[in-house]
Design a protein around this ligand. Structure first.
Ligand SMILES: [Zn+2]
Length: 457
């Protein structure tokens, strides 16, 4: 008996859409056959009729914070992985913070791995951290690399988590040298700490507690400055540096030119920076507080142009949840609320929805969170494309009438998101991980422990 037949859909295969059927066995795509070939359905344990749907490689979200272990009340892998599956995602890479303790040495990493063995319905990889405390501890960095991490995350500005101190500019070179030595990747949150601290203390001195003050504390210039600095070091050291949640179009252009002259850098953008504006943050408040902050309309237009022009490498959700009360704490004083956007369930569908509305094609959009991510971070793993011999990680979606996001459909632990009440017509109907359905028509299949850790060793 074969495991699964998916028939009658439009399959994203070889960079375009074809009417083909997929035969899946042992978790892998075994055959791709032109539709209406003579397939005996009774030879399959399960048959999915994907009529009117598109079949895509499942999304790989290289940037989530599931906060597990240690802060499960903020999210946790159980609800986090269900929400991801509902958003068409088959694989996430979890950041070394805001699980607690932060993953900054090999024993903490080993404990996190053990803890997550029975917690996820989808596959996952783990990032480790480089901080002011461990940037020169090559033994521990090496030990974490040997445990198969995706790469290392570092912050140039304060992370908001006490056991994850940001790396100083003066320490960054050493961190990059270590990353280069280990043949790994550094994911960098690049905002200039000194200029943020200076601006923030001035605003606090003026007793500013309004939302505009938060925007003023972290301008585009602080981001550009940090990225230019780190780019210089990347060039000097030869380290591979992945700049996360970049919102500065100027920085993206610099990085693009650096890439063209052979510097090993890449750019991630996040859907919320392309879907929400600074004035949405002023209106809605803490629910849209994040760092860097949301930008103005003209910056957003430029960011979409960067995507159109092929200057962006990956899109990640930067799902960074917290309890609702940690958000409302800042209703009247923006500094008091947690920064982070709850979006893993909705980020990619809304990004696709808006990208298509702006005239981009699925061929342009999909690689940003499928094949590009797999090629960059999982070169040894057969994920990220639909092809014979690859893992059967598939997402089936339908273009439907406009649907509104309702609270009752939220799988995330804390039932709020800035996408609530927003409409989209790109609807995820089924998510499949290694040939098994993990999400189907508004139901997550809760076999916690089905999801495997993917390692790079
Ligand atoms: Zn993040």
């Amino acid at each position: 008996m074969n495991q699964l037949l998916i028939k009658n859909g439009q399959v994203f295969w070889n960079g375009s859409f074809s009417e083909v059927d997929l035969i899946i066995d042992d978790g892998k795509i075994q055959e791709i056959l032109f539709s209406k070939s003579d397939i005996k359905e009774d030879k399959f344990m399960q048959v999915i009729d994907a009529s009117d749907g598109v079949i895509l490689p499942s999304f790989i979200d290289s940037h989530v914070h599931f906060n597990d272990p240690g802060r499960e009340e903020w999210e946790g892998f159980q609800t986090g992985s269900q929400a991801a599956a509902a958003g068409g995602i088959s694989t996430v890479f979890d950041m070394p913070l805001n699980s607690s303790p932060s993953v900054i040495n090999s024993s903490i990493l080993a404990r996190k791995k053990k803890h997550l063995e029975n917690r996820s319905i989808i596959d996952f990889g783990l990032w480790a951290g480089i901080t002011a405390d461990n940037f020169d501890n090559t033994i521990e960095l090496n030990a974490m690399k040997q445990q198969g991490i995706i790469g290392f995350k570092a912050f140039l500005s304060e992370s908001g988590i006490s056991d994850f101190p940001c790396i100083k500019k003066s320490q960054l070179k050493k961190g990059m040298e270590a990353v280069k030595q280990l043949n790994s990747i550094l994911a960098l949150h690049a905002e200039d700490n000194k200029s943020i601290i200076k601006k923030t203390s001035k605003l606090l001195g003026e007793k500013r507690t309004d939302r505009q003050a938060f925007l003023e504390s972290r301008p585009l210039s602080a981001e550009l400055e940090a990225i230019e600095y780190a780019l210089g070091l990347a060039e000097e050291t030869g380290a591979t540096v992945h700049f996360v949640h970049v919102t500065s179009p100027k920085a993206i252009e610099s990085l693009y030119h650096a890439k063209r002259r052979g510097v090993q850098v890449s750019v991630e953008v996040c859907p919320h920076y392309l879907l929400f504006e600074d004035k949405d943050f002023i209106e809605k408040g803490p629910i849209l507080k994040c760092a860097p902050p949301l930008r103005d309309k003209s910056t957003i237009e430029k960011l979409w142009n960067c995507i159109k022009n092929g200057m962006v490498d990956t899109v990640g959700s930067d799902h960074s949840p917290c309890t609702y009360s940690m958000k409302t704490a800042g209703d009247n004083n923006i500094w008091k609320s947690w920064g982070g956007i709850q979006g893993v369930q909705y980020a990619f569908p809304f990004f696709i929805n808006e990208g298509l509305r702006r005239g981009l094609s699925l061929q342009q959009i999909l690689p940003l969170f499928t094949s590009n991510v797999a090629k960059k971070f999982l070169p040894k793993t057969k994920k990220g494309v639909i092809e014979v011999g690859y893992e059967a990680d598939l997402t089936i979606a339908h273009f439907s009438k406009k649907n509104k996001v309702k609270k009752s459909n939220i799988f995330m632990k804390n039932k709020y998101t800035p996408y609530e009440n927003q409409s989209l017509y790109f609807e995820i109907t089924t998510t499949i991980v290694r040939g098994n359905i993990v999400y189907d028509k508004e139901h997550a299949i809760s076999d916690f422990g089905y999801g495997r850790e993917i390692t790079t060793v």
